[in-house]
Write a protein that binds this ligand. Structure first.
Ligand code: UQ1
Length: 438
């Protein structure tokens, strides 16, 4: 299909027929909004303002959700609407917006194909398209999630069901076990599957009948970083929550309140086991988006194949990626974006100005604020090599759950997220101060 001229597609953008975005950003989530704004702001700070539409975001979603807030919603401590904005409200007038879904990359032609078949050209491309939540990889799950109170099955990983998770927890009569699952493989915020178990348990301990809880994970340990994993396993045991490892949910049977798991390691490897539950919190398996997996930008798994330090694509030098869609071997969180976005911005803007990619290096920083109870949070922060990189580690032991971190995560960071981070003005542990790269 013929290319359509850009001005008809780009909201806000100048109407010159010659306009094509200098930087096309795929995705208006945490990574896309951060980088689009930081690129624009970097040029502006250096007195070379870009024209409206020079940086353009491609995204057909009506809404932008602060997903880290969903643990809090599922725990009954906030309304889901408080963590949602319309995407258009977060797009400043100088950032272009193509209100469509991207469907394919043509990197040798510097083009992206859109859902209506039209194509957009770019000088530079940033892929921040997120990942796929594969509900269908668990038999019967999609059906069961349509009515969590009847099926007794819910998940905090979707806007539709996150509040129903709290309804389920609150109304649980304690008959049968409360089962919480984590799939094998990478998920956004790998701590969330156990956080919701701790928060539910903390609520039930204020009620007359405390149900028995069980955490069943496809992973071999509680957490990827051994230091935190040991502490979390101890905290879990102190709470009386049972655990099973290398045990991966494959099917739910809502009529008989049964979940089917596959054993992934040990003597029983390959065997299926059935477990009855009173209620079930499911974290679905996640993976690369299908259209990206099939594209020339993907690595063998399907993630956008970038250098883990520079965030530049390994084959196409004018392509960069960050966040959940990228191959960066670190935990997928909003906190990780606070460190990835300024590195990507510096390296890309330097490339645009000098023809040489910048020398900023991402060290893998990510954070997982683990809610341990109502009023306590363990702030895990680490980098590549699963090495700790704790912001407050010089002053306190961050592995001891703490009330200040609880309020930082629940009440303060969400505010900075919408007032600053989506505008490209929040740098995680550095607060409002951008890192300086030479
Ligand atoms: C952070 O910046 C951030 O991004 C908005 C999070 O997202 C949920 C975090 O969890 C954390 C911990 C940070 C880092 C901030 C500080 C003050 C350590």
């Amino acid at each position: 299909m013929a290319s359509r001229s850009i001005p008809s597609l780009v909201r806000h953008a100048s109407t010159s027929a010659a306009t094509k975005p200098k930087v096309l950003v795929i995705g208006g989530g945490t990574g896309g909004l951060s980088v689009a704004n930081q690129i624009y702001n970097t040029f502006k700070a250096e007195g070379q303002s870009l024209s409206p539409g020079d940086v353009t975001i491609v995204d057909s979603n009506k809404y932008h959700d602060y997903q880290p807030g969903w643990t809090v919603v599922g725990s009954g401590l906030a309304q889901k609407t408080s963590f949602r904005r319309s995407l258009s409200a977060l797009l400043p007038a100088h950032i272009g917006h193509i209100d469509q879904q991207a469907t394919a990359f043509e990197p040798t032609a510097n083009r992206v194909v859109l859902a209506d078949g039209s194509k957009v050209e770019y000088d530079y491309l940033v892929v921040a398209a997120g990942l796929a939540i594969n509900y269908d990889k668990i038999k019967n799950l999609s059906e069961a999630l349509k009515d969590p109170l009847t099926s007794k099955i819910s998940t905090i990983y979707s806007y539709e069901t996150v509040d129903k998770t709290w309804d389920l927890i609150k109304s649980f009569d304690g008959k049968g076990e409360a089962v919480f699952t984590q799939p094998f493989g990478p998920v956004k915020c790998a701590g969330a599957p156990q956080k919701i178990a701790y928060m539910a348990d903390a609520y039930w301990k204020t009620t007359p009948s405390v149900p028995h809880s069980r955490f069943i994970t496809g992973m071999p340990t509680m957490f990827a970083v051994p230091h935190y994993s040991k502490i979390l396993d101890r905290l879990r045991q102190e709470k009386g929550i049972a655990a099973e490892f290398n045990t991966n949910l494959v099917e739910v049977r809502p009529e008989s309140k049964t979940a089917v798991f596959e054993i992934l390691a040990g003597e029983k490897k390959g065997e299926k086991v059935e477990k009855e539950f009173g209620m079930l919190h499911v974290v679905p398996p996640m993976g690369p988006l299908e259209w990206i997996k099939k594209s020339p930008l993907a690595d063998l798994v399907g993630w956008v194949d970038v250098d883990q330090g520079s965030l530049q694509h390994k084959k196409y030098p004018n392509v960069f990626s960050l966040g959940d869609a990228s191959s960066l071997p670190t935990s997928k969180t909003a906190a990780a974006i606070t460190a990835q976005a300024p590195v990507l911005t510096h390296n890309l803007v330097t490339l645009m100005k000098t023809g040489q990619v910048g020398k900023a290096i991402y060290d893998g920083y990510t954070s997982c604020p683990l809610f341990i109870s109502r009023g306590e949070l363990l702030l895990a922060e680490f980098k590549y090599g699963l090495e700790r990189k704790e912001t407050f580690g010089r002053f306190i032991d961050q592995s001891v759950p703490n009330r200040a971190f609880y309020h930082l995560t629940k009440d303060i960071i969400p505010h900075f997220y919408f007032s600053r981070m989506t505008k490209g003005e929040w740098y995680g542990p550095r607060g409002l101060f951008p890192p300086q790269f030479s």
